[in-house]
Write a protein that binds this ligand. Structure first.
Ligand code: NAD
Length: 394
């Protein structure tokens, strides 16, 4: 079938299998071109099919030679419907891993459920060397979560807290810059967002894995967060999602204590703002990212998910095994992979241009073209070496 991008709101409802596979191969090739890292040999990645989770799994597999179990929630293709991008990504990843002789087990299901946690434990026990993992990467981004105990389903929203927020945003498809006003979240929406995107499920994962005896001595775990500059604070850091990330940090401390008895460690890593399926749904953020990319590309410091995740593993495993105190962290014990994004030289330039952007000068002042291209790439489109007029097996 001939596969073209089909948009519905913020999401693209089609994905191109060969394009997704090429994206995965490109990330694998990047890591293979770097120095090997003496890092984890067996990893579990929760949220492993797109964005930061996929890049983490690729970096661990091809940078450290890790066996892996990956958990994701994706749709396979059926009839004349394509699979979701993450489904194709995962297929491609498994092929690459297999070719490199690396065990890679995929579990397609709801990571928030008890069943999937049990399946993961079984897969670690039966399919990974020694039946344990050395690292757990938690990279879920989801609009919903059903609590495994109560059966209640929570939704996550991106809204300010306390008062309405008015700011500038861009429709990256049309290039129209406009002002948006977003009403503040209700208490229920705030709690829902914390229940979905906070740290509770990460803690449940770690308790289940520890209880089952599948965490190796010295095991570390990392979950991802974002802080961003002042222009995004009302909608991100000080909004509903920021509350969820505060909860993630709180649960990080609880997990850290839990792992201390066997020299394990828990980290939150603050990553750079990048185009992923999740971030493109946040108002204001696409305009900020377009501006940020322009400035960072000019300075030569722009990175994508894979460069970020390789750098994270490098940082975590540069020292003697188990010497977690030597890992570079900020005052709140967070790994800061947003260091280059937050450099004053970068942020001053972004802030200077922020007030000047209009629909008319968008293309000149920002990297909206790069944003758009990254967005289509997420679904396997826009790769110049592929002929999108050709039939492909979905
Ligand atoms: P993404 O949408 O690209 O990936 C989300 C992953 O979670 C996918 O693999 C998806 O299959 C999986 N998933 C979602 N719901 C699931 C479920 N119920 N069960 C199993 N798997 C499920 O998102 P991303 O942008 O890579 O975000 C990952 C983490 O990184 C999030 O915590 C996010 O806040 C954080 N982060 C993102 C950015 C950014 O700019 N994108 C920046 C810093 C931090």
């Amino acid at each position: 079938m001939i596969v073209k991008p089909k948009m519905r709101g913020f999401i693209c409802t089609t994905a191109h299998p060969e394009g997704c596979a090429a994206n995965v191969r490109e990330q694998v090739a990047y890591v293979q071109g770097q120095k090997p890292i003496d890092g984890p040999k067996r990893v579990l990645v929760v949220g492993s099919s797109t964005g930061y989770g996929l890049a983490s799994r690729i970096a661990a597999s091809f940078g450290c030679g890790a066996e892996s179990v990956g958990i994701y929630f994706e749709k396979p293709g059926s009839g004349n419907r394509t699979a979701s991008a993450g489904w194709y990504n995962n297929q491609a990843f498994e092929q690459e891993a297999q070719a490199a002789g690396l065990t890679a087990v995929g579990i397609n299901g709801d990571a928030y459920s008890k069943e999937v946690k049990e399946q993961a434990i079984q897969a670690i026990r039966e399919q990974l060397s020694g039946g344990q993992v050395d690292m757990v990467i938690y990279s879920l981004a989801s609009p919903r979560r059903t609590d495994p105990e109560t059966g209640e389903t929570y939704s996550s929203v991106i809204k300010p807290l306390g008062q309405a927020f008015s700011g500038r945003t861009v429709d990256f498809h049309t290039g129209v810059v406009s002002d948006v006003t977003i009403e503040p979240a209700t208490q229920e929406e705030k709690e829902g967002t914390v229940a979905v995107m906070g740290g509770e499920d990460w803690l449940l994962w770690m308790q289940a894995l520890k209880g089952a005896g599948v965490l190796a001595p010295g095991c570390c775990t990392v979950a991802y967060s974002y802080l961003g500059p002042v222009i995004t604070h009302a909608i991100y850091k000080d909004g509903t999602i920021g509350k969820a990330k505060e909860d993630l940090e709180e649960k990080c401390r609880a997990i850290d204590q839990m792992l201390a008895s066997f020299e394990g460690k828990a980290f939150v890593s603050v990553n750079k703002a990048l185009v992923t399926q999740s971030s493109s749904a946040i108002p204001v953020v696409p305009l900020y990212i377009s501006l940020l990319f322009k400035v960072m590309k000019e300075k030569g410091t722009h990175e994508d998910c894979i460069q970020q995740m390789y750098r994270m593993l490098e940082r975590l495993f540069a020292q003697e095994p188990g010497d977690w105190e030597a890992v570079s962290v900020d005052e709140a014990h967070r790994i800061r992979l947003d260091d280059w994004e937050m450099e004053p030289g970068v942020q001053d330039e972004v802030a200077r241009l922020w007030g000047e952007i209009t629909t008319e000068n968008l293309a000149e002042h920002t990297d909206i073209a790069g944003y758009r291209s990254d967005f289509y790439r997420l679904f396997g489109f826009g790769r110049t070496e592929l002929d999108y007029e050709k039939d492909t097996e979905v």
